[in-house]
Design a protein around this ligand. Structure first.
Ligand code: GDP
Ligand code: MG
Length: 608
């Protein structure tokens, strides 16, 4: 496996970036698409032995009779450093470093599921081996195919095992190690039979001939090994595993390998094939095959990586820049964010964004409607006119014209305009506040909760101040109308009204109905004239004090204060929403990984 390890080492770092983050958007990784390797063959043909020598470790139960009675899914995980250990899925977080104990646990776990009988089970045992000396790979040891049920086994067992085996090896990314023992006729090989079924063209089947050392004296496997008996896409590979006697004597793998090498090198029949025989060669063939598979995945991985890099960059730019570290940078950043906010706020007012039209609606609809609702004509009922004129006259009725009476009637009517005037001030204020919030939500401010609160408070404070000014100015307009009446209006009136009517009328006739009605009408038309003026001047005053001022100096106060803040206060203003901060950090980290993955991948794709 050494060849493969060096290639995979290069890709490893790249793939860690793709596979090991375990966060939200799990990506398909190289390892998901790597092939698994399964061994198939008759009972006691040497499957477990072959698998062990591929892994280079003694850890599988081996022996005569049906030993492997449950599938063993063995996952090899490469770790960067540290001691080799194994972990069973059914024993989470229990690290086994003694591989004899691993073998015993496989046997025990098999018995737990099937009982000590000769039954089999299709429930796999999952075993992971973590080691610096392996590549990430899945190997599957399967129960041996049989021909008849023995004592204690149900009749269906033959078919059951076959179905189970087929379910593993029919997957297109499964490499089949078809194990046939050399001391049996190849025509009876279960391995060849079933692998031909799922892989008719032999594109992923590697024929392995075991027990060459156990052949009858006078026979040899040369024809098979040379592909003359049964041709496969890949050349046949003969192996000599440890015999039961070796196992009993605990002959280790290194010694076994040496003996196997010697066996092929020294035997008359196989010497010419020696280079292409043995467990080591099988390991190399497998490595080469895997290498080819891995290399074929590189272009897809490369495009996946570049696609992901683009996605990550897009999201990062959407999240905005990370915060500056020095005070100046922070101040600049805050000012910049506020400037953008201010700009957006203005755009809402000016009409390039929505909302400013609501203000015109106040002037065009709300204010005139509210003024209309004051119903001056009802206020100027005859009784009311009489009451006010009489009161204004006091103990002496007016002589020429009820000057004081007029003034009081006009003042009391005009006073009521203050209501709609103030309402207009308030309505515009509310709209401005709404636009402030709208603008805030359209800026980066939403990701700095502290700054958002401060800016929103500062803007609202400014608006409050402006509203107060506007209220004063608007009421002043009304007061000014009360303070000085338009003289011309009265001068132009028909004289008899002003003079108190026809001289033939007695002084008491001055309060008769017709007279009072005339006074009422005069006052009403004056009020209407003033109303028309105010309908024009109130919006001017509101715009001057609130809208124009908001556009001019909404953030002035805040900026002035900002200048006096210390670095620490600025930092706390820029305390981002922790979620955003975290997201940006993890995106940036991921992006870095992907960029280095890209570099690694590029290097690998050029190397041979
Ligand atoms: P499995 O049932 O197919 O998994 O076969 P095992 O790997 O358990 O091997 C069955 C028996 O055959 C064990 O006793 C092994 O020692 C023995 N065996 C396997 N391969 C060879 C071989 O190449 N030569 C010899 N002499 N014995 C072997
Ligand atoms: Mg076995």
């Amino acid at each position: 496996m050494e060849n493969l390890i060096s290639l995979v080492n290069k890709i490893q770092r790249a793939c860690t970036a793709l596979g090991d983050h375990g966060e939200e958007s799990a990506l398909p990784t190289l390892w998901d698409s790597l092939p698994s390797i399964a061994v198939v063959g008759g009972q006691s043909s040497g499957k477990s032995s072959v698998l062990e020598s591929v892994v280079g470790k003694d850890f599988l139960p081996r022996g005569s009779g049906i030993v492997t009675r449950r599938p063993l899914v063995l996952q090899l995980h490469k770790i960067d450093e540290g001691r080799e250990y194994a972990e069973f899925m059914h024993l989470p977080r229990k690290r086994l470093t003694d591989f004899a104990a691993v073998r015993k646990e496989i046997a025990d776990e098999t018995d737990r599921e099937t009982g000590r009988s000769k039954q089999i089970s299709s429930v796999p045992i999952h075993l992971s081996i973590y080691s610096p000396n392996v590549v990430n790979l899945t190997l599957i040891d399967l129960p041996g195919l049989t021909k008849v049920a023995v004592e204690g086994q149900p009749d269906s067992i033959v078919q059951d095992i076959e179905n189970m085996v087929r379910s593993y090896i029919e997957k297109p990314n499964c490499i089949i190690l078809a194990i046939s023992p050399a001391n049996q006729d190849l025509a009876t090989s279960d391995a060849i039979k079933i692998s031909r079924e799922v892989d008719p063209r032999g594109e992923r089947t590697i024929g392995v001939l075991t027990k060459i050392d156990l052949m009858d004296k006078g026979t040899d496997a040369v024809d098979i090994l040379e592909g003359k008996s049964y041709k496969l896409q890949y050349p046949w590979i003969g192996v000599v595993n440890r015999s039961q006697a070796d196992i009993n004597k605990s002959v280790d793998m290194i010694a076994a390998r040496r003996r196997e090498r010697e066996y092929f090198a020294n035997s008359q029949e196989y010497r010419h094939l020696a280079q292409k025989m043995g467990s080591e060669h099988l390991g190399k063939v497998l490595s080469k095959h895997l290498e080819g598979v891995i290399r074929s995945k590189i272009p897809a991985l490369q495009s996946l990586i570049s696609k992901t890099i683009v996605e990550l960059e897009t999201e990062l730019s959407r999240l905005g820049k990370p915060i500056a570290t020095d005070a100046g940078g922070k101040l600049y950043m805050i000012m910049e964010i506020c400037r953008v906010f201010d700009q957006i706020f203005k755009e809402h007012l000016d009409g390039s964004r929505s909302g400013g039209d609501k203000i015109y609606n106040v002037f065009d609809n709300q204010l005139p409607a509210a003024m209309k609702r004051l119903q001056f004509d009802k206020n100027l009922s005859m009784d009311h006119v009489r009451k006010l004129i009489t009161e204004a006259d006091g103990y002496q009725p007016h002589l020429i014209a009820p000057e004081q009476g007029y003034r009081r009637l006009i003042e009391s009517s005009l006073g009521s305009i203050k209501g709609p005037a103030e309402a207009a001030v308030d309505a515009v204020h509310a709209i401005l506040k709404e636009l402030v919030h709208k603008a805030i939500s359209e800026t980066e401010l939403k990701q700095y909760p502290a700054l958002k609160v401060e800016v929103s408070a500062a803007a609202c404070e400014s608006l409050d101040r402006m509203k107060e000014e506007s209220r004063k100015a608007t009421l002043l307009l009304v007061d000014m109308e009360c303070g000085y009446l338009t003289v011309e209006f009265f001068r132009k009136l028909p004289q008899d009204i002003e003079k108190g009517g026809n001289p033939t009328h007695s002084i008491f006739d001055r309060y008769n109905d017709a007279y009072l009605r005339r006074v009422g009408t005069t006052v009403l038309s004056y009020i209407n004239m003033v109303c028309a003026t105010l309908r024009n001047s109130i919006p001017k005053s509101i715009v001057y004090c609130q809208v124009r001022e908001a556009k001019r100096s909404l953030m002035d106060y805040f900026f002035a204060e900002l200048g006096g803040k210390e670095s620490k206060q600025l930092a706390s203003l820029l305390n981002e929403d922790p979620a955003v901060m975290q997201r940006r950090a993890s995106l940036a980290k991921r992006l870095e990984l992907y960029r280095s993955a890209q570099t690694e991948m590029d290097a690998v794709s050029w190397s041979k």
